[in-house]
Design a protein around this ligand. Structure first.
Ligand SMILES: [Zn+2]
Length: 419
């Protein structure tokens, strides 16, 4: 493969501000006026323009590096954004102008090329961190819900073949470091140092460039699926249903029966459709936080440890086994999760399809009211997932049913590895 001409053989270190001469365009996080707020500029083509740490595309930045290294991509390729603008308008909402309400995404991320057009014309390489499009989705369980009379075909939201018409938004993480630190009650310095050290020193600017306060972390983002009328989100007279779902590839896509993820996700979609059909709106937030953000390798190690422990897979040892392998029970840190709800302008959730006390606390503490919590219907829980759901209920997950005591949890067994 031919090497692109633009690949520089000269390594430019990003860690010393004095190299760059004039200061980059400042970012005033939380400013209501986008021109005052300033664009997020993570271009790699022009070092002097960069006003953030890190780069676009989250973990996919590494594939882009491979594409450049292998000669498949010009390192200075500039995106042609013709016809890429959002299909639906979201915001601005009052929450956008609060530097503490949203700290882990750029509220102007979807309309960057529009509100920062003048910078774009001056040659700044500004890229959207949010994209909003439309789709038809189809999940067989929804057709089943139609045949059982729980969902109606209306030809608008739900088509006769089971297609669901949705608006969907993909969101890349954009972290305002002072705000993220504050959310966790830690110092910005401690946060920067841990991010620097725990990525093997991947981003030296975290510790050398305190003037750069925004970080595009190399992690997965999230996707929002919206069913029904978007304007119902901010209409106090119309109902809003929400499910906040953390990725579980094994169950969500492949139907693994050790957890309740896909059944609960589909139930969330069903509640969203019902709410949309009654004049409201349904929102599914799908976060790339596989295996409680511990990753799938850790997750599968834990599955083995659970099923091979003395006495087999038991609800009373559910959390202990995760902690043995990972050192913690959970690394999803729901503290940042409500940001996307504030980006959408949500102030009240009428039907919250989640039993997680961590999600509930994070959302309500961020100032959003939750009216009703919707547990997963009993008949949707796979037999082998009983261990998980009963352990979670005993640990504080929302339920209207009974909670098992210590003996009950010890008696509740999952399938063995050979089963
Ligand atoms: Zn799962």
């Amino acid at each position: 493969m031919p090497k692109p001409k633009s690949v520089s053989r000269h390594i430019v270190l990003t860690s010393h501000p004095s190299r760059f001469g004039p200061k980059p365009i400042p970012i005033k996080w939380g400013a209501a006026d986008p021109m005052q707020r300033g664009p997020v500029i993570a271009t790699l083509a022009k070092q002097t323009h960069r006003n953030v740490i890190g780069t676009h595309s989250g973990s996919y930045a590494i594939y882009r590096a491979l594409a450049v290294a292998s000669g498949a991509l010009q390192s200075d390729h500039r995106a042609d954004l013709t016809n890429t603008s959002p299909v639906a308008h979201i915001g601005p909402h009052p929450s956008w102008a609060d530097p503490e309400k949203i700290v882990s995404l750029d509220p102007f991320g979807a309309i960057a090329s529009e509100v920062f057009a003048s910078y774009y014309q001056q040659g700044y390489d500004i890229r959207p961190t949010i994209a909003i499009t439309q789709a038809h989705i189809n999940m067989p369980e929804l057709l089943d819900a139609v045949s059982k009379g729980r969902l109606q075909v209306d030809g608008q939201i739900m088509k006769a073949n089971g297609d669901l018409v949705v608006t969907k938004a993909a969101i890349e993480p954009v972290w305002y470091l002072p705000g993220v630190a504050k959310r966790f009650g830690i110092s910005e310095g401690d946060l920067r140092r841990a991010l620097f050290e725990q990525t093997g020193g991947m981003f030296p600017e975290l510790v050398t460039r305190s003037d750069l306060e925004v970080f595009l972390p190399p992690i997965g983002g999230l996707t929002v699926y919206i069913v029904g009328d978007l304007s119902a989100i901010t209409d106090p007279h119309k109902p809003v249903a929400v499910r906040v779902h953390d990725e579980c590839n094994g169950s969500d896509v492949f139907g693994s029966d050790i957890c309740t993820c896909r059944p609960y996700l589909v139930h969330g979609i069903e509640v969203c459709v019902q709410t949309a059909q009654s004049g409201g709106v349904g929102v599914i937030v799908y976060s790339r936080k596989e295996g409680r953000a511990l990753g799938e390798v850790t997750k599968f190690l834990v599955y083995n440890a659970r099923k091979r422990q003395e006495g087999g897979d038991r609800a009373d040892a559910y959390f202990t086994r995760t902690e043995c392998v990972a050192g913690v029970q959970d690394m999803r840190f729901q503290e940042l999760m409500p940001d996307v709800l504030h980006w959408l302008g949500i102030t009240r959730i009428d039907r919250m399809v989640s039993m997680s006390n961590m999600k509930y606390n994070a959302i309500t503490e961020s100032g959003i009211e939750i009216v009703e919590r919707v547990a997963i219907p009993e008949d949707l829980i796979p037999q082998d997932a009983r261990v998980e759901i009963e352990a979670k209920k005993a640990a504080g997950y929302y339920t209207t049913g009974d909670i098992l005591d210590a003996d009950g949890l010890a008696d509740l067994k999952g399938r063995s590895l050979e089963g």
